[in-house]
Design a binder for this molecule. Sequence first.
Ligand code: F6R
Ligand code: MG
Ligand code: MG
Length: 378
Amino acid sequence: MKTTLTVIKADVGSIGGHIMPSKRLLTRVTEVVDSAGKAVFQDRYISFTGDDIAILMTHTLGTGHERVHKLAWDAFVAGTEVAKEEGLYGAGQDLLKDSFSGNVHGLGPACAEMEIEERPNEPFLFFAADKTDPGAYNLPLFLTFADIMTTPGLILSPKLSQGFRWVVMDVNYTDGDRIIELVTPEEIYDLAALLRDNERFVVESIWSRSSGEQCAAVATSRLHNIAGKYTGKDDPVALVRTQMDFPATGEVLAPYSIGHHVAGGMRGSHNMPLMPVALNTSTSYFDGPPLVSCAAFCVHKGKLTEPVDTFAHPFWDEVRSQVSRKAIDMRRQGFNGAAMLPMGELEYTGVMDKLRKLEARFRLRGAEELLPAGILYE
Ligand code: F6R
Ligand code: MG
Ligand code: MG
C-alpha cells in the first residue's frame, strides 16, 4: 500500500506581531488533528516556524484528499477561535475563504504532498519557511538536483546520473495551473533561466528519471494571487526524499549555507538572506530574516520516527552568523534598489499611491503642457 506525506501550513495568529503562535493556539490545533486520529491519518507531526503552524500527516488516502485537507482546515479554523480569544495578531490571517471546499488549494493554507511507494527505509526532509515565498526553494533545489559542485552524487551514483524531471509552475498565471516540464542535465540552462525569477517561476515537484519516482514537492500557492491583493508572504513548505536513488540528506541541506537573498522580511516587502534555524524558532530582526527549518524523518509503514532538527547542529551557528551579517549589510541600504522588492511584489499600496500623485507633476522640459497622466505607472 502506498503512503502519502501531506503537509499543510497556515498562519492563523501570533504573539507580539508576526513572531510565533501561542502555546494555547498550538495546543488547540493539535487537539483537533488528534481528535480525528487513525480515521484520517497514520501519524502526524505539528510544529511552527516563525508565525506559521505546519501539520505534517502520513496516510493512505492519496494526495489532495478531502478528509485530510478538511482536518487541517478545521484545525486552523479552531485555532483561529483561540487566536481571537487571546487577541493574537493576524488571527485567521491565512484562511482567505469562509468555507472549505474539496481541498485547501486556493483557500489560503500552503500544501505540499506526495504519494510514495515506501522504500525499505524511507528518509525524507520536511522544510518550512517563514517571511518568504515559494521561490525561496528554487536555488537550493536547483543546486541539489542539478549542480555537481553541490551534489557529487550526480556523478558518483549511476542512478542520479540519469538526472531529474522538473515540474515548474508559472505562479503569476491565475486562471489555472500553468506548468512546464524540463529535464536535467540536458535542459539545465533553460531551467536556470526560469528559476532565476523566484517570484514567477517556482519548482512544484522533482522526479527521478531512473525510477520515475517523485522526490520533491513544494507548496506553490501565492496568497496575493488568491486574494487579489497582498495578504502576507506565502511562507512555503516542502518535502524532499533523500538517499539511494535521490540526493543524500547532506546534499539537500548544503545549499542552505549560502543564505541567499529572498523576498520577505519587513512588511513582506524586502529582500533579505534566508537563515536556516532550529525547529520551532520565532521571527525577529526586521520581521525576519526570512527563516527556514528542516525536520528529518524516516517513515515506515506510515509511522514517523521522531524528527531530527537538522539546522540545530553546531555547523549552522557559523552560517547563522554570516547570514546575520549579510542581513545587516543589506539593511544598510534601507529602501533603496535591491533592498526593497519590485513594485509588483510590494505588500502595501503606499509607494504606488505616491507615484500616482507625482505623475501629475511631471512635465517635458521646454514644453508648456504637463505629461498626460498614466504615462509612468498605471
Ligand atoms: C509573513 C508575514 C508578513 C506579514 C506582513 C504584513 O509571515 O508575517 O508577510 O504578513 O509583514 O504585516 P502587517 O500585518 O504588519 O501589515
Ligand atoms: Mg505572517
Ligand atoms: Mg508566516
